[in-house]
Design a protein around this ligand. Structure first.
Ligand code: ZN
Ligand code: ZN
Length: 164
């Protein structure tokens, strides 16, 4: 059974306070300067109901009267991803979108036309993956399932396009 979920319905597995605390520990262990921007960006991603691109993060920062250059945002996102605070999804040629790593395991459906992302959880898929890997004597470590689609809105716009 597929439970189609809105972005905000995928449960987060840790509170923002715990995640920020972990970030501060990593920063201290690496002997880096503490940066309010790093914490701001992590907070924005945590609170966002959608997957954000670096440009999207720049817009939110600006709306909150927080200045951060796009190149700093790139650098911070790289840091946050390297240390497992956020994960990225390659959407299309428009680039990556980010979400908080501490979320229940889920899959993504991505519209190739508008880049909209829908998340879902499906235990049948999970069980099938375990069954396949086990039968081939592998231990499943992780998976990353993305379904590329044309959403309803974009399909209506592109009437006449061949579908499978
Ligand atoms: Zn679309
Ligand atoms: Zn997601």
């Amino acid at each position: 059974m597929v439970s189609k979920l809105n972005n905000q319905e995928i449960k987060k597995t840790e509170s923002l306070e715990i995640i920020l605390d972990k970030l501060r520990k990593v920063v201290a262990a690496k002997k880096l300067k503490t940066s309010k921007q790093r914490e701001d960006i992590l907070t924005i991603i945590y609170n966002s109901k959608v997957h954000l691109s670096s440009e999207g993060i720049a817009v939110v920062m600006k709306n909150n009267n927080k200045h951060c250059s796009v190149s700093s945002i790139y650098r911070i996102l790289q840091f946050l991803e390297t240390y497992g605070f956020v994960t990225s999804i390659d959407v299309d040629k428009s680039g990556k979108k980010y979400e908080i790593a501490s979320k229940e395991h889920h899959y993504h459906i991505i519209c190739l036309s508008c880049g909209n992302i829908v998340e879902f959880i499906d235990n049948d898929i999970k069980n099938k993956q375990l069954e396949i890997t086990k039968s081939l004597q592998f231990q499943l470590i992780s998976d990353n399932l993305r379904l590329f689609v044309l959403c309803d809105k974009c399909r209506k716009k592109q009437k006449g396009l061949q579908t499978i």
